[in-house]
Every structure is written in C-alpha cells, then in structure tokens.
Ligand binder design. Structure first.
Ligand code: ADP
Length: 407
C-alpha cells in the first residue's frame, strides 16, 4: 500500500510517501517556516532527485496542497493521480487516555483530539490542522492517527499516577503519559526479531536518546513504565530540557528571580539539560568534543546525562523483574559510542557486558554486547515514519476486508 505519512508541527510539515509492501520511501521532504512569505519546500525522490523551493505558504491547508502537488509533479513527482495515495498516516503527539493504539480518523476521533488539546497545546493543534487539510484535499482517502502516547497507555496505575491529590488526575487528567511511543515500539520489536525470540516473551529496556530523550520498560510487549510523564519534560536529561527535578525548584527560582510562569517554563524547556549544565551546547557532538578538549562543564553535563540513564536501568530492571535486552536509538543512542560506553560500564554484575569493539561499529541494526553477555545490547536506528506507514496500512487493510465481507 502507498501511504503518505505526515508529521505536522506548528510551522512545519514533514512527509514521507512510503510503499509498505517493500518499505521503499518513494519520496520525502518538508515544508518549513509555514506562515511566512519565505517558506521552504524541500523534496527528495527515491532516485536522489532533489528540489528546494522558497515561497509564500501561509497555512497548513496550503502546505498540504503543495505536498500533494509535488508528489504529482511531472518532473519531480512519483504519482500520476491523487488516487495513488491509498492512505494517509498522521503522527499525533497526544492521544490522552482515549487512544491506546492507532485509529482510523473519523469525525468523532477529530472531536476527541480537540478535547485533548489542553494536554498538548503546542503539538495537537497543528496535528489537527494537517488532518483537516487532508480531509479537504484527499476527501476519499482513509486516514489513520498514530499517537506518540498510545504505546504507553497500558501502563498500570502504580506507574502512571503522581503523588498529588487524586482529584487532579480526575479533573485535569494529570498523570504520566509517556512519549516516543512509535519509536520504542519499533526498536523493541526489532530487538526481539534480532534476538530470535517472541516479542511477547521477553523483557526490554528501550532508550530513545535524541534531542528529546526517554527510556521505557517493556514487559512482554507492553510498556509498563517510561521516563517522560505528563509532558516530555520529565525523566532523562535532554538537549535543553531538565528532566527529573525536585518540584520545589521552579517555585523557588520563580520567587528568587521574580520569574513569570512563562519564563520558568522557558527556563526548564529551553535553557536547561545539556545546554544548561554545560553552558556550551545542547548538541552531544559539540559537548563530547569540548569535553575531550578539557572543558569541565561539558564533562559534568555528559556525566549527569549518562548517570541518569544508568539510574533508570536499575529502576526498570527492578520493575521488570529481569532483563533480556537493552536497545539504544535516536541521534545520540545510534551514534555516540562514548555515551553507550559510559552508560554500560560496570554493569557486568547484572549480566550486561559491552563489547568495546562492536560498540565502535557505526551502521545499521547491530548488537554491541559480548557473546557471553546474558543481556543483549542492540543499537537500532529508529524509523518512526515506517511504523506510522505500517500501522496505517494494517488498519486500512482491515477496514477494506471488513467492507468487502459486508458487501
Ligand atoms: P530529534 O530528537 O530532534 O529527532 P535526533 O534523534 O536527530 O534528534 O538526535 C539529535 C542528537 O543526536 C543531538 O544531540 C546530536 O548531537 C546527537 N548526535 C548526532 N550524531 C551524533 C554523533 N555522531 N555523536 C554524538 N551525538 C550525535
């Protein structure tokens, strides 16, 4: 099935057009700076043909129209008719408690997404805009919503409740949701394949380490705990986000520095994490480079980053009651052998033995633990677009089957 995968942000639309039968990306691209007169469309076809166009694109509706137009383009496109777009898969950040899996998008689903806007005020509105634009430009094409939160919806209450008045959970849905679900699902399933074991028979810790970072404890196919919480601010240290924090700290800083809510929000989301501690960069490459040149604050940021991951390993091994595999993914997880080494050092007593040579190999899905290691450690590049395309194809195929059974 040929599926258009859309990831609509506040001022950008990223897309991939994927043939799910052979997993080939027929074309991919993005439109950045939507809302301005200098929006940039970049489009790349499977054969390498690339174009870049700058022009006025004032809203998501127009952006989606451009995406379809470029797919249809005589010189740079990959389809002759819009009917060749058989389905659209939308990445949706927050499904709240309403979605524990991907769903066919209907009017009721859109209404439920609107009701969940408060949970993700920055992300869900552009996701909805993308869906509404597709309804207009591709009215006969089935659409599926794939949620960042859905994979974590089976967490038990003991893992998702916070120690605040229960009333606040009931009234405002304040609880742990977790994010990066499509990525954790993809890499953990792939790890089971590489291990040659049934997904629903093993225990996995999955580490998604990119600009945003999260870790998940996956017990026989179910995410039973994860480090991101009500928002993607909790948990591991990230590029510019603080991760776990004593809740009194923002209150204290607000009082001391006379900050507004918005200012403290910016401080925790944009000026903290690797950037905040090092004062050098939020980019792990830059941090490691400066650390190796002797920058003490870069070293501190690196150490805090790795130590926190290690601490979560301890917690999640206990929560899982054992462990078969660890997976690293995301820009840092896939590329930084330094981070992997620091995180995995001295864990032999848990049956985790890193193979230093394998850890240096830098491409594709790979195992980096020693043959003797009881717990296998994998590096698996994430592919969220492919997961969205496959989920979409599966749901649409089921729908087609149902319809043909009825007729
Ligand atoms: P996003 O979460 O925005 O998708 P990525 O998954 O691309 O981000 O991850 C970005 C992070 O990956 C940055 O901190 C970047 O420094 C880091 N990164 C990318 N390549 C390397 C590398 N070779 N070594 C260390 N870190 C890397």
């Amino acid at each position: 099935m040929k599926v258009l995968v859309l990831n609509c942000g506040s001022s950008s639309v990223k897309y991939q057009f994927i043939n799910t039968e052979n997993k080939l990306v027929l074309s991919k691209g993005s439109i950045e700076s939507i809302g301005s007169s200098s929006a940039i469309l970049t489009h790349q076809r499977y054969d390498g043909d690339t174009i870049k166009i700058t022009g006025e694109i004032l809203d998501h509706d127009l952006a989606i129209e451009y995406v379809i137009a470029v797919l249809l383009s005589k010189n740079h496109g990959v389809i002759k008719d819009r009917s060749e777009i058989e389905a659209v898969g939308h990445r949706v950040v927050h499904g709240g408690e309403d979605f524990s899996g991907s769903v066919l998008i209907t009017d009721t689903v859109i209404q439920t997404l609107r009701e969940n806007i408060e949970l993700a005020p920055l992300h869900n509105p552009p996701n909805i805009k993308g869906i509404v634009a597709c309804l207009k430009h591709l009215p006969d094409v089935p659409m599926v919503g794939v949620f960042d939160t859905a994979f974590h919806q089976k967490m038990p209450p003991r893992a998702f409740l916070y120690g605040i008045p229960y009333l606040l959970y009931k009234r405002y849905k304040i609880r742990r949701y977790g994010f990066h679900g499509t990525s954790h699902l993809y890499v953990s399933k792939r790890a089971a394949e590489l291990l040659g074991k049934a997904y629903d028979s093993i225990k996995i810790i999955s580490c998604h380490l990119g600009n945003g970072c999260s870790i998940a404890a996956i017990d026989r196919g179910i995410s039973i705990d994860t480090s991101m919480g009500f928002t993607p601010l909790e948990g591991l240290l990230m590029g510019t986000r603080c991760g776990d924090l004593d809740p009194s700290i923002p209150l204290h800083v607000m009082a001391k520095e006379d900050l507004t809510l918005a200012e403290v929000n910016t401080m925790l989301n944009k000026h903290s994490g690797l950037m905040g501690i090092s004062g050098v960069s939020n980019d792990m490459r830059e941090l490691i480079k400066t650390m190796n040149e002797g920058n003490e604050r870069s070293r501190l940021a690196f150490e805090v980053f790795c130590y926190r991951i290690k601490k979560y390993f301890g917690a999640y091994i206990a929560a899982l009651g054992g462990l078969d595999a660890i997976v690293f993914t995301g820009g840092i997880g896939e590329n930084s052998f330094e981070v992997r080494k620091e995180v995995l050092t001295n864990l032999e007593f848990l049956g985790i033995e890193l193979d230093d040579e394998k850890n240096l190999i830098q491409n594709g899905d790979r195992i980096i633990s020693k043959d003797s290691s009881k717990v296998k450690v994998f590096v698996i590049p994430t592919n969220e677009e492919l997961v969205i395309a496959l989920e979409t194809a599966q749901i649409v195929s089921e729908l087609r089957k149902e319809m043909s059974n009825k007729s």
